[in-house]
Design a protein around this ligand. Structure first.
Ligand code: GDP
Ligand code: MG
Length: 299
């Protein structure tokens, strides 16, 4: 007798900024889709990754950091995305950083409790834990805090203990038809991926100099023969930021472009001609309409 039944469901990866959500998602997807960086809150969009293995499909929602009391429109947008992303999932993976439980973690857990979804706790970065012996008592103390569906100490970066977590996630998916074609890893357009590659390089290049004051818009995206031509606009808030971004004789922008192009060529399996422009668009991050026009749809 053959088993043709498929399992499929939604999984939200939640947690305060910088705990390793994107790194974990990238591992689970076995390829680079979501953007990671040492800076918190790089993932402003709700990135969906899709893992299809055996007869199970897992649709991941990588939610942005859940911040309260931040005045800017961008953060309000992120709060709403975070809570709406969680409400209908089949499983939430709450990621925490080793034994560092903070008030922000409390808030994340409150949102999860309110959403009434099953939650598995992922204790990440155990490679940086000084005393591994503390892990078990720590896990037990967290289980007293909330009835987690499972607790998984892992290192997303060093790829430790991840197989168990992956099996657990797949095992929790309800019997259902696939939501996406089997060969689809992301429902985001290649344009979106292109803009995220550029954003990642900007953040890698600039560190603290230009925190979140940039947005990337893909103006042109066309295949001509063997070459994919991509034109991108980088918006900054002030003229001074434009200067920093461009760098000495354009050197910094060139580095950003070269590195982003390499990622694009790998991801799109094509030669890529990338052109970057920098424009000043004052106060965009505090302007909901500007957010919408840049594709931050708030559904
Ligand atoms: P996010 O903000 O939750 O999506 O976090 P990221 O996935 O962007 O990771 C934030 C930082 O933590 C990056 O510098 C990662 O390389 C690092 N990181 C993630 N997982 C681990 C881990 O298991 N061990 C260590 N040592 N670093 C990690
Ligand atoms: Mg992230």
């Amino acid at each position: 007798m053959s088993e043709n039944k498929t399992h499929c469901g939604y999984v939200a990866i939640v947690g305060r900024p910088n705990v390793g959500k994107s790194t974990l998602l990238n591992y689970l997807l076995h390829q680079k889709i979501s953007i990671t960086s040492r800076k918190p809150q790089t993932t402003r969009h709700q990135v969906t990754g899709i893992l299809t293995e055996g007869s199970v499909q897992v649709v991941f929602v990588d939610t942005p950091g859940m911040h309260s009391d931040q005045p800017k429109a961008l953060n309000r947008y992120m709060n709403r995305t975070a809570s709406s992303a969680i409400a209908h999932v089949d499983l939430a993976l709450m990621v925490v950083d080793r034994d560092r439980w903070t008030e922000e973690d409390d808030r994340v857990l409150e949102v999860l409790k309110a959403a009434q979804v099953p939650v598995a706790l992922v204790i990440n970065k155990i490679d940086m834990l000084e005393d591994q012996g503390l892990l078990l008592p720590w896990a037990e103390s967290l289980q007293a805090r909330f009835d987690f569906a499972g607790i998984f100490p892992v290192s997303a970066l060093r790829r430790a203990n991840l197989t168990l977590l992956e099996e657990f996630v797949c095992g929790r998916m309800p019997e259902a038809p696939y939501l996406f074609p089997e060969d689809q890893v992301t429902d985001r357009s290649q344009r979106f991926m292109a803009s995220e590659f550029i954003r990642e390089k900007i953040i890698r290049q600039l560190g603290d100099e230009l925190p979140y004051a940039t947005a990337v818009e893909i103006e042109g995206f066309r295949q001509e023969g063997r070459v994919l031509h991509i034109d991108a606009l980088i918006f900054v808030e002030r003229a001074g930021q434009k200067k920093i971004l461009i760098g000495q004789a354009g050197s910094r922008l060139r580095t950003i472009g070269t590195e982003a192009r390499k990622d694009m060529e790998t991801a799109f399996d094509s030669k890529v001609m990338l052109k970057l422009w920098v424009k000043v668009k004052s106060g965009w991050s505090d302007d909901i309409r500007a957010l919408r026009s840049l594709g931050f749809e708030d559904s």
